[in-house]
Design a protein around this ligand. Structure first.
Ligand code: FEO
Length: 392
């Protein structure tokens, strides 16, 4: 794709990666992704904001073929999907300086072997004149690495936000055209990499909102020409108030746990609690992460394998613990044949979740009347707790 004009002397460049299906060899990308870079040409100087993933270096270098000068290469984030082609750009533009936060400089030197004299570091709020255009650098740590920053183009009110507000979505649309589709992709991205840093994200949102923003240009996914759409979504996702939602990841080997899950889901639904159930044997783990953004309660369903929980449950519990969602309650349901330490082992996997543990329900073999009664009690407790806390 050619470079595309956003406004006089401001261009989108980058690569649309339609076929990428995994990020970090971990995160599912059902809709592919894009690596967005931007070119801002002032009356005196030219800046390139970020690059692309090294796998798509040729695309960016082709787009730059007719760009005679780059004075500044703004590295908003050191992760290689944005910084990976900086060394090649520096070969072609020998006088270009890399502009980063002080932390970013160290990381870029470590990750890409860029030499120290190539850098200009910028403090929070520093500006850089391109002549008739001025860039302001806003340190936005932990979206999602410690060195991240955004760049505000003052004259036009454009916020270049890098991963912050981004979405993994491959599209030919330069701007958001289908807000529903982008909402889900952006929420998935938030859930997978931003959610653990919820508190600092709230601060970063307030910080960028001090400026008059006409457009948000992230480094993944389409550009927001209605910035409030994504800013409001981020405010809601990062708030501390969960909703009247139970997330129920589970595995069943011979049907006992599955019967318990079905019964619990049915009783919770009758009580007006929204439930998202995920069979971990087949689920897209990104969907589970999305559901965790708003949920008040997690109930983990597991059979017993060699006395402990099923390995897929280990994985899901580890992931939930790492993502630090705003959950308030947790419980375990499941089954065993002769002996189980599943509850103790799952409890040990989720120390980051600041949750109240609700009485688990573990049955021997198939669930019996007493087990179904216990599930009814668990559903009633969850519903009451959600009501008491006014989770809607
Ligand atoms: Fe899109 Fe954190 O890299």
């Amino acid at each position: 794709m050619e470079l595309r004009k956003l406004k006089e002397n401001i261009y989108w460049l980058g690569a649309v990666d339609w076929d990428r299906r995994l990020f970090d060899s971990l995160i599912p990308l059902p809709d592919g992704t894009s690596y967005n870079a931007y070119l801002v040409q002032g009356s005196e100087k030219t800046a390139l904001l970020d690059t692309v993933d090294p796998s798509m270096a040729d695309t960016l270098l082709f787009q730059l073929e007719n760009v005679r000068t780059i004075d500044y290469l703004i590295a908003q984030h050191a992760e290689q999907d944005h910084s990976g082609v900086i060394p090649q750009v520096l070969v072609n533009y020998k006088n270009a300086k890399v502009v980063s936060t002080p932390k970013g400089k160290g990381m870029l030197m470590d990750l890409l072997n860029i030499s120290e004299e190539k850098f200009i570091t910028v403090e929070d709020g520093a500006t850089l004149s391109l002549g008739d255009k001025n860039l302001e650098f806003i340190h936005t740590p932990w979206v999602h690495w410690p060195e991240t920053m955004a760049t505000y183009l003052r004259e036009d009110g454009f916020l270049f936000s890098c991963d912050f507000f981004g979405s993994h979505i491959a599209t030919t649309d330069l701007y958001v055209t289908d807000e529903g589709r982008v909402y889900e992709a952006a929420k998935r991205y938030y859930a997978e990499i931003m959610m653990p840093f919820r508190t600092i994200i709230q601060k970063n949102i307030e910080k960028v909102r001090e400026r008059k923003i006409t457009l948000i240009a992230p480094s993944h996914g389409p550009i927001y020409d209605r910035p409030n759409f994504i800013v409001d979504a981020y405010k809601e996702w990062s708030s501390e108030s969960p909703k009247n939602i139970v997330v129920l990841p589970y595995v069943s080997m011979h049907g006992s746990t599955s019967k318990m899950v079905k019964y619990l889901v049915s009783v919770l639904a009758e009580k007006g609690v929204t439930v998202y159930q995920f069979d971990l044997a087949v689920t897209d783990i990104g969907k589970l992460a999305i559901a965790l953004v708003d949920a008040a309660t997690i109930v983990i369903g597991t059979p017993t394998v060699h006395v402990g929980p099923h390995p897929l449950v280990f994985y899901a519990a580890y992931l939930a613990n790492a993502l630090r969602p705003k959950l308030k309650f947790a419980s375990v349901i499941g089954s065993y044949g002769w002996h189980s330490k599943a509850i103790e082992q799952i409890s040990g996997l989720i120390p980051n979740l600041k949750v109240e543990i609700l009485d688990p329900v573990i049955c021997k073999g198939l669930p019996k009347e007493a087990d179904f009664k216990a599930l009814e009690t668990l559903a009633a407790t969850i519903s009451e707790k959600h009501t008491q806390h006014n989770f809607k």
